[in-house]
Write a protein that binds this ligand. Sequence first.
Ligand SMILES: Cc1cc2nc3c(=O)[nH]c(=O)nc-3n(C[C@H](O)[C@H](O)[C@H](O)COP(=O)(O)OP(=O)(O)OC[C@H]3O[C@@H](n4cnc5c(N)ncnc54)[C@H](O)[C@@H]3O)c2cc1C
Length: 384
Amino acid sequence: MISFAFTAEQQDFRAELLRFARTELAPKYIERAAAADFAWDAHRQLAKLGVLGIGLPEEYGGTGPADPVTLGLATETLAQGDINVAAGPIYVGLVAAQIAEHGQPSLARKWVPRMIAGEEMVAIAVTEPSAGSDVSNLRTEARAVDGGWRITGEKIAISHAMNAGAALVYAREPGTSGYAGISCFLVPLDAEGVTRSHTIGMGALPLGWGGLSFEEVFVPADHLVGERGRGFAGAMSHFDFSRPAIGLACLGAAQASLDEAIAWSQQREAFGRPIAAFQGVSFPIAESATLLEAARWLCYRSLWARESGEQHTHLAAMCKWWPPQVAKDAIEAALVTHGNLGYSAETPLQQRYRDVMSYLIGDGTAAIQKRIIATTLIGKVAAR
Ligand SMILES: Cc1cc2nc3c(=O)[nH]c(=O)nc-3n(C[C@H](O)[C@H](O)[C@H](O)COP(=O)(O)OP(=O)(O)OC[C@H]3O[C@@H](n4cnc5c(N)ncnc54)[C@H](O)[C@@H]3O)c2cc1C
C-alpha cells in the first residue's frame, strides 16, 4: 500500500519548525532580506533546533544516518518564514556531507562540527566567468607542489562567498581537459592569495553572493576532497539531495504566499462582495494549490527514492526545474491577488518572488536539468 504519511516524529518536528518559522522568522523576513549580511543569529537558532545536523555523522554532532525526507521537510517548513534562512540547512547538508564522506578525517573533524553548530559556512565554488552550465570547461588550475597544491583562478556567482570560512573549490591539473583532471579542494578563505568580491543580485542578498579569486593559493595535500582528478564523482550524488530540497524551499515560500492570498481574498471587498466571490480570483488560487501539491509530492518522491536507495538522479533534476517554476508562478499569482499591496515592499510577496528567482538559475537552469533527465532516460545522445 502506498502511504503519503510522515512519521509521528517528523510531524512533531514539522509542527515545532512551523511555530518557529511563523513566530521567529516571518516577522523579520523583509528586514533580513534587505541586508546583505548572513543571518548568523537565525542560522545558529537552526543549529539549536537540530536542523543543521540532520543526516550527518553522529561523531561530528549530527543525527546519524542520511535522512533526506526529514531534511526536506525542515527546509520546506522553514521557508514559510524565511526562504533565505531555510537555504542554510541545504548548504550544510550538501557540503558537510561531502567533506564527511570524501575528506580526510582530520579535515572533517575541523570543519563539519562547526558547520553543524552553525558557526561556520563552507561555500561550493564551481562557476567561472567562462564556465557555468558547462562545468567541464572550468579553467581554475591546481598545480601539485611539495606538500600540497597551488591554486590559481577565478570563481563567480558563488553563494556564501562573503561569509564562508572556506570553499570547496573545483580546479583542474595543468594540461587536462573536460571532466578529467578536475579535483575538489577545501580552501580556507583566509589563506594568502584569496580575495572576495560582493555581487548584488535581485534577491537572496543574505546569502553573500560573490566572486572568489585565487592567486597561487597554497593548500596542504590533506585538503584534497575525494579522488585526485575525479572531483565531481563525489559531488554529483549530493546534488541529487540538494535539488529536491531547493524545490521544497521554493514551495514553502509559495505556500506562505498562497495562504496569504486565500486570507486576503476573504477579507478584501470589491463590487460589494469579497474578491473570493470572483472566479478571476478564486481560480488562480485553486490552480496554484493544485500545482504546489503536485510539485511537493514530486520532491518527497525523489527524497524517498534517495532514502530507499533507488536511482533518483532524473527525479532530483525534475525537482530542480519544475517546483521552483511552479513556486515562482504561485507567488506571482498571490502578489496580483493582493493588488497594489502585493507590489508594495512592505509585504513579503515581492521579496519571495525575487528570492525564489535565484533558484531558477543557481545549481543549474531548467535547460540543464532537462538535459540531465533526457540523458538519464535516453542516453548520452541527449547530452549533445
Ligand atoms: C543566486 C545564485 C546562486 C548561485 N550559487 C552558486 C554557488 O554557490 N556555486 C556555484 O558554483 N555557482 C553558483 N551559481 C552559478 C550557477 O550555478 C550558474 O549561474 C548556472 O549554472 C548557469 O551558468 P551561467 O550563469 O554561466 O549561464 P550559461 O551557462 O552561460 O547559460 C546561459 C543560458 O544558456 C542556457 N544553456 C547553456 N547550455 C545549454 C544547453 N546545453 N542546452 C540548453 N540551454 C543551455 C542556460 O540554460 C542559460 O539559460 C549561482 C547562481 C545564482 C544566480
